[in-house]
Design a protein. Sequence first.
Length: 164
Amino acid sequence: MTIAWKPVEPAYKTYLQLIVLIDMSILALIAIGLYLFSPSTNWLPNPLWLGIPWAVLTLFFGLFWSSRRFQFTAYASTDVSMHLRRGALWRLTRAVPLNRIQHVEVRQGFIERLLGLAHLTLYTAGSGGADLSIPGLKLATAEAMKAELVNTIAAEPVSDANDD
């Protein structure tokens, strides 16, 4: 069976880049705070020696890592399962059988709402958390996929445990 992979929305790349920028800014603020409010700064290196590697790392993660992760993030739906493929350096492919799905959610964080994105989260029987979370979907697409999955799940025959 051939899986027809669908790419995520192009705005997901922007989302990944913004997340990198926010994370690196927080690290920079911590480093600046450490430098400014440390009682003795003679043990700290020159701020230039911290700033240049920080800028290089920010550019690397913001441009290279985000682009690679976006490029390899895709999802697919078959008659029997949902699939997710992702990874910037390490690749991950996950599949969740439709007959194991018990709960489906559409989630949006603050930045996702700004970009019109959402992610579809699937929960299966016997798991403590989400088993599959498909990021980078348009909100309308995520809602449509959720409705389709709920209808598919509801139409499945329920097996009776007492059928011996």
